[in-house]
Design a binder for this molecule. Structure first.
Ligand code: PLP
Length: 440
């Protein structure tokens, strides 16, 4: 059985025909020929250098696997950075997108579509156990940074000058979201940024309590700081932040762009009892996994006043709420629910953490994370070498910090695929150590 057919069998779908595989390798302009080297050179001449040199040129995906231009297969344990919840080319997602595009592809926000309305209702239904409170509303964006821009504007609409965020935070790259993002290297080249944002030590409740006041518009937090190396908020922090923001009339904004939509084994990570439990925020931002690979983001305003802070004409987006993007999100939510992927992500994440820990490899200092958002913490700062060795061995992972490897695989990952990684991981780690020290 070919790898392709094996992957297809795993997911219970019909394997792509040779014709379809060929079409998958063709760009609309018919540019098919070319080695990885040639494509990389063309990339460097045609695209800005914001992302560095691409590690591979990928042409096709199926389930949790992708293939590069040379035909090599990789187990995609990053899923486009926590995006492809259903893996690649999931038949339900593909047909939902195709059907919507073949019916009504785009309209302006002078009009609405049933797809957009249905998605907003669906999100309000899963925004809190038992549904979001009465009066809650959704605004659609195209990305995570735009969702946080909208939340930033909501904070400004309170009329208060100060916004609190946490050290290690990542909320996006546009100017408002960047102002909420802590990393100096991302911020410095673009200053001055929108003002009023103060950063507090991560997880430090005393610092939060000392900084709070009636002039604070909002507190922005991520339930698990993904870009900071998969750092969950300490238990109790979110509940205390809720109490303080309520006491001072400030908004609690929870950025679930990376952690939301099932990634951690719950619809939203703050629903986990050990993270947020019964906490109901004022604002939640979403993107990444929401569309299963189709670009879409969302802001949920929970009840009053959050849901009405942005009035008519105060915010907008040409593509926000696009019917095709909304159809993709509805299909993604449908499959997550139908296939029990929340429970699956939680159980498989546990197994992954346990099995990697049980390897007892000297380079592994620990494994942390929630559901299928996991970091393998290394004893030495050689994460880039580990990621390179993993890639050579057919695994896509991410060196999120010098000493941490991030895994954010599709939620449809199987136990057998986890077992493959666990089998191959010791050799990958040995190879990375060898590459660094020249011994091993
Ligand atoms: C927590 C969080 N917020 C916001 C963003 C920005 O999302 P996007 O890249 O879609 O603009 C990211 C992206 O990594 C993120 O992890």
């Amino acid at each position: 059985m070919s790898e392709q057919h094996a992957a297809a069998a795993t997911f219970g779908v019909v394997a792509p025909s040779p014709e379809r595989a060929l079409v998958g390798d063709l760009s609309p302009l018919g540019a098919v020929a070319g080695t990885a080297q040639e494509w990389t050179a063309r990339y460097s001449h045609a695209l800005m250098g914001t992302f560095g040199i691409p590690q591979r040129i990928l042409v096709r995906g199926h389930g949790a696997y992708v293939w590069d231009v040379d035909g090599k297969r990789y187990l995609d344990l990053l899923a486009g950075i926590a995006v492809n919840a259903l893996g690649h080319a999931h038949p339900t997602l593909v047909s939902a997108v195709a059907a919507q595009l073949g019916t009504l592809g785009h309209i302006s926000n002078f009009f609405a579509s049933p797809t957009q309305i249905a998605l907003a209702e669906r999100l309000l239904g899963l925004a809190a156990p038992g549904g979001a409170p009465a009066g809650s509303r959704v605004f659609f964006t195209n990305s995570g940074t735009e969702a946080n821009e909208a939340a930033f504007k909501m904070a400004r609409r309170t009329g208060r000058p100060r916004i609190l965020a946490l050290e290690g935070s990542f909320h996006g790259r546009t100017m408002g979201a960047l102002a909420l993002t802590h990393k100096p290297a991302y911020r410095a080249p673009f200053e001055p940024l929108p003002g009023g944002v103060e950063f507090l030590p991560f997880g430090d409740l005393e610092a939060l309590s000392a900084a709070m006041g009636d002039d604070v518009a909002a507190v922005f937090v991520e339930p698990v700081q993904g870009e900071a190396g998969v750092r969950p908020l300490p238990p109790g922090y979110l509940a205390a932040a809720r109490a303080l923001t309520r006491q001072h009339g400030a908004l609690l904004v929870v950025d679930e762009v990376q952690t939301g939509m099932g990634r951690t084994g719950a619809w939203l990570a703050h629903h986990h009892p050990h993270i947020g439990g019964a906490v109901v925020p004022d604002v939640v931002t979403l993107a990444k996994g929401l569309g299963g690979g189709f670009p879409i983001g969302a802001v949920i305003g929970y009840g009053e006043p959050a849901a009405t802070l942005l009035g008519a004409g105060q915010h907008g987006s040409t593509f926000g709420g696009n019917p095709v993007a909304c159809a993709a999100a509805l299909a993604t939510i449908h499959v997550i629910e139908r296939d029990g992927l929340l429970a699956h992500a939680w159980a498989l994440g546990d197994r992954l953490k346990r099995d990697v820990t049980d390897l007892g490899h000297p380079l592994v200092a620990g494994v942390r994370g929630e559901g299928l958002l996991v970091a393998i913490v290394l004893d030495e700062p050689i994460a880039p070498a580990v990621a390179a060795a993993a890639l050579a061995a057919g695994y896509i992972v991410n060196a999120v910090a010098p000493d941490a490897i991030r895994l954010a695989p599709p939620l449809v990952l199987t136990a057998a695929q986890v077992a493959d990684l666990v089998t191959d991981l010791p050799a990958i780690l040995d190879e990375a150590q060898h590459a660094r020290t020249g011994v091993g």
